[in-house]
Design a protein around this ligand. Structure first.
Ligand code: FAD
Length: 293
C-alpha cells in the first residue's frame, strides 16, 4: 500500500519547524529517521497532510557532557549511540540496549527523538530513559519544557508531547560512584521487538542496593518503573526478600495478550528478569538458582 497524498516541507531551522507545526497543528507530522513514520503512513494507520522534515537540522544532533549531565540531541541516530565512547562510559546501559533495536539498516536511520516520540511500549530506548532518570526536553513556540521520562510516556504511542512541539534533546544525570546496569530482553529473534524486557540502573555498595531503578518494557502500555524495586533497596537481599519483590512486581504489572505472548507469559518473564537482574548486579548466583522465582 502507498501513503495518502501529503505535502512536504524541509525545515531550515528549529524555529522554522516550530512555525510550520504551529500553523498546521495536528494535521502535520515531524519526520526524523522515518523508520516508524513511513511504515505507519504506508499502512494508512496515519495520514498527515504535511510532513515537516527535520532531518537536516545539525543543531539537533550530538552527544556531549555538560556539567553534571550527558546531553543527547533528538536527531542522534541509534548507530551513533551504539558507537559513542561518551555513551559507553557515561551510560553503558544505552550501548547495550541499542544493539537490540532492529537491524543495522534501521539503526542507521532511526533516531533517539523519533523512538521516544513514537513511544512504542516494546521499544528499548523509552525504558532506558526511565531507568536512567532522564529529562526529556521539548520545545514549542511558547518555550521549552523539561519532562521527567517517567512522566513523558502516557500510553501506547502516546506521550506528553503536544502536536505543536518538537522533542529537542534528552539529558541523563552522570552515573554515581558504584553504578551498575542490567539489560535483557526476550524476543523471538535478535532485533525483533521484545516480548518482555528490563532496563535497570542501580548503585551497589557492600553487596547492597542503595538505589535501584527497574524499567520493564513490553509488559504494559508504557515503560513501567517498578515500585517493587523498593523492597530490594537498603536490605540484605535473600531469596525470601526477592520472592516478596517478585510478588509485588506481579501485582503492579498489567501486561496484554497479543500474537507474540499471553499476559501470563509476560508476567512470568518479568519475574524471571527481576531474578536475573538482582543476581547479576549483586554477583549472587544463588538468587537465580532455579532460573525463575
Ligand atoms: C522492521 C523494523 C523493526 C524495528 N524494530 C525496532 C526494535 O526492535 N526496537 C525499537 O525500539 N524500534 C524498532 N523499530 C523502530 C525504529 O527504532 C525507529 O527508528 C524509531 O522508532 C523511530 O525513529 P525515527 O527517527 O525513524 O522516527 P520517525 O519514524 O521519523 O518518527 C516516529 C514518530 O515520532 C515523531 N517524531 C520524530 N522525531 C520527532 C521529534 N524530534 N519531535 C517530535 N516528534 C518527533 C514522528 O512525527 C512520528 O510520529 C523498528 C522499525 C522497523 C521498520
Amino acid at each position: 500500500m502507498k501513503a495518502s497524498a501529503f505535502s512536504y516541507a524541509r525545515a531550515s531551522s528549529v524555529v522554522n519547524a516550530l512555525e510550520l507545526l504551529e500553523a498546521h497543528g495536528d494535521k502535520a507530522r515531524v519526520l526524523s529517521g522515518g523508520q516508524s513514520l513511513m511504515p505507519a503512513m504506508n499502512l494508512r494507520l496515519i495520514s498527515p497532510e504535511l510532513i515537516v522534515d527535520i532531518g537536516e537540522l545539525a543543531e539537533l544532533r550530538g552527544i556531549a557532557v555538560r556539567g553534571n549531565v550527558l546531553g543527547i540531541g533528538a536527531l542522534t541516530r541509534h548507530v551513533d549511540l551504539l558507537r559513542s565512547p561518551e555513551i559507553a562510559v557515561q551510560a553503558p546501559l544505552l550501548t547495550e540496549a541499542v544493539a537490540h533495536i532492529a537491524h543495522p539498516a534501521i539503526r542507521n536511520r532511526g533516531t533517539i527523538g523519533g523512538s521516544l516520540a513514537h513511544a512504542d511500549p516494546a521499544s528499548e530506548l523509552p525504558a532506558c530513559m526511565v531507568a536512567l532518570n532522564a529529562s526529556i526536553i521539548v520545545r514549542g513556540q511558547a518555550g521549552e519544557r523539561r519532562i521527567a521520562a517517567a512522566d513523558f510516556f502516557k500510553g501506547i504511542y502516546e506521550t506528553a508531547l503536544l502536536p505543536q512541539e518538537l522533542l529537542i534533546s534528552v539529558e541523563l544525570p552522570l552515573p554515581r560512584p558504584n553504578s551498575v546496569h542490567f539489560f535483557h530482553e526476550f524476543a523471538r529473534r535478535h532485533g525483533d521487538y521484545a516480548i518482555a524486557g528490563l532496563a535497570a540502573q542501580a548503585v551497589v555498595e557492600n553487596g547492597v542496593f542503595t538505589d535501584l531503578r527497574l524499567a520493564f518494557f513490553a509488559v504494559g502500555d508504557r515503560p513501567v518503573l517498578a515500585g517493587a524495586a523498593k523492597k530490594l533497596v537498603d536490605v540484605a537481599v535473600t531469596p525470601a526478600v526477592l520472592s516478596e519483590a517478585s510478588t509485588a512486581l506481579s501485582a503492579e504489572l498489567d501486561p496484554q495478550d497479543d500474537q507474540q505472548a499471553s499476559a501470563s507469559m509476560r508476567r512470568h518473564l518479568a519475574k524471571v528478569l527481576l531474578a536475573r537482574c538482582a543476581s547479576a548486579l549483586l554477583g549472587r548466583p544463588d538468587l537465580n538458582a532455579g532460573g525463575s522465582p
